[in-house]
Ligand binder design. Structure first.
Ligand code: SF4
Length: 691
């Protein structure tokens, strides 16, 4: 028997078949007819079923007995849930409703993300819910809303990438992080297209590019302004498009006038000849795309960086037309859907705003509560974590699908804040580094054991299908939330834990919102290979391509935003003389809680390392493979040196998938973007020492 579903990991959400084999084990088979990955999978996808029967799998709730220093012991579900409800009630009685926080994840299905947001606002009545997607692409989302009126990662289907003439890709390495997507980039180049990659590292993606711009970390906005300066000087702008479809170009023109090429070369390190070539490749192409990823977005100025590249796309007329557009490559499995349905501190389902009275009234009516009873906006992810255990901060925290001890910035501090809580509950499939610190651990289902929907990087809503029953003793997140709501006296507002019933409620809650799912049904998703939102009614098609007639702003025009380059929150100095940047590798995913447990993935990349240029390493007496200590103002991490001649000589790169002393996030800077509240994962100052 074969069940069509999707890979549990990244936002590509590759289609796959799960085939029941001998001994009840599921194996992965290709699904060549699925229109996005067309049968392609990366090693993570091929090995994904290994975790279903992994010996580390949690199959019973755990409760810490004997106080803070006590041990986690197996207990019944009733005992575990009673304890969670008791602790929530005790904390809220003593410190107020806002003293309980919820932390969700970009890997949750739409149904779970929706129910978690509702649970926080309706059952807990706390404003403090946010999720690890805040650490993923909050900057691109905020910039997209400012410029276009709506945030959908790609406003076009993947197949358009293969058909555009020129692509500028900033801060993304899909050849490693999302290999099946490369078939579209490969086709684009094979048919004569140009691919320009801007990245401080000559990554696998950059090596395949027509042109690589090896910019200094944190200089993205200067690069964008410089390219726009050249395009304006060399007559490459699309003035008809600017006049007909946009507002605000004049202010941008005045700003980019001062980004002359030799100044931009000094800031970015990219030679003027390359700047000119890039501007002409993109500007002279009849069609083109500007794509950004975490490199530009995960900065304390991530929104401005993204807006600067959107300005470039708009000025060249490379948006709102067929085979053109600005797009953002989403990272997490349901990074897109996860931020549409209310687990973000300032949002309600359908991408509605929690501070907007009309939006509150619509959602409150669907939920059957008084709009005045809904809390307002809460703290963003890092600010929530930073507040834990403090006066006025959260005293109890519920964590779903997130391994904060490894993935949050300034992770050593986050660990201390978690330990300062009165109560921590974690729902997870393994005893992750975060779950190890919890007072109660709740074992949950995995992707192949549950139904639901995910929204991929194109805004295509997909079906996740159950291929086998979960192990006895394991519950789904929706069962947990429904059971807790009952214990907290809100049971009548959570009538079902069935994903299909929750999805139908989500459709109502999202109706009329920016991310309108009202017309999407499980049956349609199946028969149409996914449905693109917005889809306002069942008799209307989905929307694969946004903005062809109008942008989603009030007057239908896109908006330019003048932005200047500004330095990173922390630049190298005598004490910390190098740049540190962080990211992913092909064989691991996010905090590594899953992929570090898969033998083939662990064998492929068993340990944390730092990419260092051999010439730089020699200056510090470091040989290839040496243990080294990296130190920033937040802490130190110990990893192995890996010589990489393709990285800049002033920059170190550390993947963030490992725990303990090898955690990249012991080093990262939680300086936040003023709009998106995104921490500065991608740039900080570091020193390296042998040993
Ligand atoms: Fe899974 Fe992403 Fe790899 Fe596809 S690209 S197989 S979705 S991890």
């Amino acid at each position: 028997m074969s069940t069509p579903t999707h890979c549990p990991y990244c936002a590509m959400q590759c289609g796959m078949n799960l085939v029941a084999g001998g001994g009840g084990l599921l194996t992965v088979a290709p699904r060549p007819d699925f229109p996005t990955n067309k049968g392609g999978l990366c090693q993570k996808g091929w090995t994904s079923t290994e975790l279903l029967s992994h010996p580390d799998r949690l199959t019973t709730p755990l409760m810490r007995l004997g106080g803070k220093g006590g041990t986690l012991r197996p207990v019944s579900w009733d005992e575990a849930l009673d304890r969670v409800a008791y602790e929530i009630t005790a904390v809220q009685t003593q410190h107020g409703r806002d003293a309980v926080g919820v932390f969700g994840g970009g890997g949750l299905t739409n149904e779970k993300a929706y129910l978690l947001g509702k649970f926080a606002r309706v059952a807990l009545r706390t404003p403090h819910i946010d999720y690890n997607g805040r650490f993923c692409m909050a900057s691109e989302a905020a910039a997209g809303i400012k410029a276009f009126g709506v945030d959908r990662g790609l406003p076009f289907p993947l197949e358009d990438i293969a058909a555009t003439e020129a692509i500028l890709l900033i801060g993304g390495n899909p050849a490693e992080t999302m290999p099946p997507i490369m078939q579209y980039f490969d086709r684009q180049r094979q048919t004569g297209g140009a691919l320009i990659v801007a990245d401080p590292r000559k990554t696998a993606t950059a090596q395949a590019a027509t042109l690589h711009l090896q910019l200094t970390p944190g200089t993205d906005a200067a690069l964008a302004n410089g390219l726009l300066h050249i395009a304006a000087s060399d007559g490459l702008l699309d003035h008809d498009f600017i006049t007909a479809r946009t507002n605000g170009y004049e202010a941008v023109r005045r700003i980019v006038a001062s980004y002359w090429p030799d100044r931009v070369e000094r800031i970015t390190g990219v030679p003027t000849a390359q700047l000119t070539k890039a501007a002409h490749l993109l500007g002279e192409a009849a069609t083109g795309m500007v794509l950004t990823a975490r490199g530009a977005g995960q900065q304390s100025k991530g929104v401005d960086n993204t807006l600067a590249f959107i300005n470039l796309a708009l000025a060249l007329g490379k948006a709102g037309r067929p085979r053109c557009g600005y797009g953002c490559i989403t990272g997490q499995g349901n990074g897109q859907g996860g931020r549409e349905h209310g687990q973000k501190a300032d949002q309600l389902p359908g991408y509605r705003k929690i501070a907007d009275p009309q939006h509150r009234a619509h959602v409150a009516a669907v939920w059957g509560v008084n709009p005045d009873d809904l809390p307002g906006p809460g703290r963003s992810a890092y600010e929530l974590l930073d507040s834990l255990g403090t006066d006025g901060g959260a005293r109890a925290l519920l964590v779903f699908a997130s391994n904060l001890v490894v993935s949050a910035p300034r992770a050593g501090h986050v660990e201390q804040r978690l330990d300062a809580l009165d109560f921590l509950a974690v729902a997870d499939i393994f005893l992750s580094e975060t779950a190890q610190r919890a007072d109660v651990v709740l074992p949950i289902t995995q992707w192949a054991e549950e139904e639901g929907t995910m929204t991929n990087l194109e805004g295509r809503v997909l079906r996740r299908r159950r291929a086998q029953a979960p192990p006895p003793g394991v519950w789904s997140d929706t069962q947990i939330l429904t059971a807790l709501a009952g214990r907290l006296g809100a049971g009548r507002l959570f009538p079902s834990s069935e994903p299909r019933v929750i999805f139908d409620e989500l459709r109502l809650a999202s109706a009329g919102g920016a991310a309108d799912y009202a017309g999407i049904t499980y049956e349609r998703i199946e028969s149409e290979d996914g449905v693109f939102w917005p889809c306002p009614s069942e008799d209307r098609p989905g929307t694969p391509r946004l903005f062809l007639d109008r942008f989603a702003t009030e007057d239908g025009r896109a908006t330019f935003h003048p932005v200047h380059h500004r330095s990173a929150a922390e630049e190298p100095d005598d004490e910390y003389p190098l740049y540190l940047t962080t990211g992913r590798v092909m064989n691991h995913y996010q905090s590594g809680a899953q992929t570090r447990r898969v033998k083939a993935l662990r064998d492929a990349v068993p340990e944390a390392y730092v990419e260092i240029h051999p010439a730089l390493a020699r200056r510090f007496g470091i040989a290839d493979g040496d243990p080294v200590t990296l130190t920033t103002r937040r802490g130190s991490a110990q990893v192995l040196a890996r010589f990489t001649p393709t990285i800049r000589q002033d920059t170190l790169f550390v993947p963030f998938h490992w725990a303990g002393v090898a955690r990249a996030n012991l080093l990262t800077n939680p300086a936040l973007d003023p709009t998106s509240r995104m921490p500065e994962f991608k740039v900080c100052a570091v020193r390296v020492e042998k040993g």
